[in-house]
Design a protein around this ligand. Structure first.
Ligand code: SF4
Length: 363
């Protein structure tokens, strides 16, 4: 599966500027948006997390006046959604903008809270150069760095340059489990620039460049795929040598999918468990069983072994890039479900949570 350079998005930066003010506004690389949770972690926003959740990853997002060229139907940053780019919510939370110098100073002051910094690219002609510039500045912190790459505007050389700049993990948000869903919500059907093959090619290259299990793949459960299709995508990611990071679909207000119902808890729990079992070689896709509607009915694992895995609670925690001595630094507290109906647990589930999870698995 070879991607020709002509497949790369060609955007002339001058096309995106309207007047002299564009260069004067708070854009990357001097400025970045930061998740509200990360801003709370660095004391830049007040608040404490429900149930004492902790975030050890500072999630940053490149920011441009003209925003992201993509038009993904479920995303808060989609081009056709009204509002200024830096005021749009993303993964349902506010992403305030800060000066990079201030971010670095705060990350140094709160160094004990931070294991990792993640730069999320957006689809913009300057995104690769600006990500490299930000990665270079992050070296001062001596923290692990992840980049959520934008496959449409980066090529293999760009990823090699990221690795040279000290990036440890390169991830790709393929999001959709099937090509049809990808095209429907990210590609041709929404006049988006993204291509399914390009995304998978970049994921394979990320494994080659950053190393086995040093690449991640974001997948959103509940975009209309069957559980069999999602399990197939998880297996494919595993076969490539990458880790699956699952998100439960939760509608972003103002996006084209604002009216779509959230992913049912049972569906997400079964996929979390499947992902954990596949990634840890307890099962594989060909040992799973599904009913006529593609719903998972058997994990292909001995009952007592399965019980131990479920009781551990680990499969139901947020799946994300790791911390220094933690399974996940990027816990994204309550990013894919409200605190009252947690989907990805940003902490170890307690006994009450496990009882609820068991019921949800059987839903
Ligand atoms: S899992 Fe978190 S830290 Fe890793 S690439 Fe995705 S958003 Fe970044």
């Amino acid at each position: 599966m070879k991607i020709d350079k002509s497949d790369m998005l060609k955007i002339d930066e001058s096309d995106m500027k309207t007047d002299k003010e564009t260069t004067a506004c708070a854009e990357s690389p001097g400025y970045l948006q930061m998740s509200l949770a990360a801003a709370m972690t660095l004391g830049l926003r007040p608040g404490i997390f429900y149930r004492g959740a902790r975030l050890c990853c500072i999630n940053l997002l490149l920011t441009y006046e003209k925003g992201c060229v993509g038009n993904c139907a479920y995303c808060g940053l989609q081009r056709q959604r009204s509002g200024n780019f830096n005021e749009k919510s993303f993964i349902r939370v506010e992403w305030p903008t800060f000066d990079l110098d201030e971010i670095l100073d705060k990350a140094e002051s709160y160094s004990h809270r931070v294991d990792r910094v993640c730069i999320s690219m957006v689809t913009h002609p300057r995104a690769v150069a600006d990500t490299l510039a930000v990665a270079g500045r992050l070296r001062r912190l001596d923290k692990s760095v992840s980049v959520l790459i934008a496959p449409t505007v980066i090529d293999r050389q760009g990823m090699l340059d990221l690795e040279d700049a000290g990036v440890e993990i390169g991830s790709v948000a393929i999001d959709a489990a099937t090509e049809a869903i990808f095209d429907r919500y990210r590609g041709k059907a929404v006049k988006g620039p993204h291509k399914w093959e390009t995304y998978w090619q970049r994921l394979a290259e990320a494994v080659e460049i950053f190393g086995d299990k040093k690449a991640g793949c974001h997948l959103i459960v509940g975009l209309g795929e069957t559980e069999k299709e999602m399990a197939g995508a998880i297996q494919k990611v595993n076969n490539i040598g990458a880790n699956s990071h699952l998100f439960s679909f939760y509608p972003e207000s103002g996006s084209a999918l604002a009216g779509r119902p959230a992913c049912p808890a049972g569906q997400f729990r079964r996929m979390q468990l499947t992902s954990y079992l596949i990634q840890n070689q307890f099962t594989s896709c060909d040992r799973l069983s599904f009913d006529g509607n593609g719903r998972l009915v058997d994990f292909g694992v001995d009952e007592s072994e399965l019980g131990i895995v479920i009781e551990s609670g680990i499969p139901f925690m947020t799946s994300g890039c790791p911390g220094k001595d933690k399974l996940t630094a990027c816990t994204r507290p309550y990013g894919d479900g409200p605190p009252g109906d947690i989907r990805s647990y940003p902490f170890m589930p307690n006994l009450e949570d496990i009882a609820k999870i068991k019921m949800e698995i059987g839903d």
